[in-house]
Design a protein around this ligand. Structure first.
Ligand code: AMP
Length: 139
């Protein structure tokens, strides 16, 4: 039975700043605010990541993320929002319980969040073959 930090927050064992809650989903302020209002949207039932979360629940999580992003724009004055989820340690996931980051972005670049990975040189890649292989794997 999983007992990560988000499971413990959901069980009420660890305090958090709750932004939104319903039967299936909770949203809390991220403890390290990348920008003011940085929120995490989390399914109450434990799934390790976006990839293992059932579709219905995943859609509920993203529906809440959309509403929070809208509130960050209307209430906090954000000019943009990053919506992202990390899957696996290699992608930067540090808490193994599916969650979506909703990160408001402001004029002037408060926080300096950016995806730093550079694009790869595609000249030696067989892109049609790559697309074909991925297509085959889509269930
Ligand atoms: P990730 O690295 O994508 O797995 O994101 C995990 C996020 O959880 C990080 O941004 C952390 O700052 C955040 N976090 C870790 N512990 C807590 C906590 N107790 N309350 C709120 N956010 C947390």
């Amino acid at each position: 039975m999983a007992n990560d930090i988000f499971c413990r927050i959901i069980k009420g064992e660890v305090p958090s700043s709750v932004v939104y809650e319903d039967d299936d989903v909770i949203a809390i302020l991220d403890i390290s605010q990348t920008t003011r209002g940085h929120t995490l949207v989390i399914p109450k039932e434990h799934y390790d990541s976006f990839l293992s979360c059932p579709k219905d629940l995943m859609q509920k999580v993203y529906a809440v993320a959309q509403r929070i992003g809208q509130a960050e724009v209307s209430v906090l004055g954000a000019k943009g929002v990053n919506i992202l989820t990390n899957v696996g340690e290699q992608a930067g996931q540090s808490v193994p319980h599916f969650h979506v980051h909703v990160i408001p972005r402001y004029t002037g670049g408060e926080g300096g969040f950016q995806i730093t990975m550079k694009g790869q040189d595609t000249s030696a890649m067989d892109l049609p073959r790559l697309a074909f292989d991925i297509k085959k794997g889509i269930k």
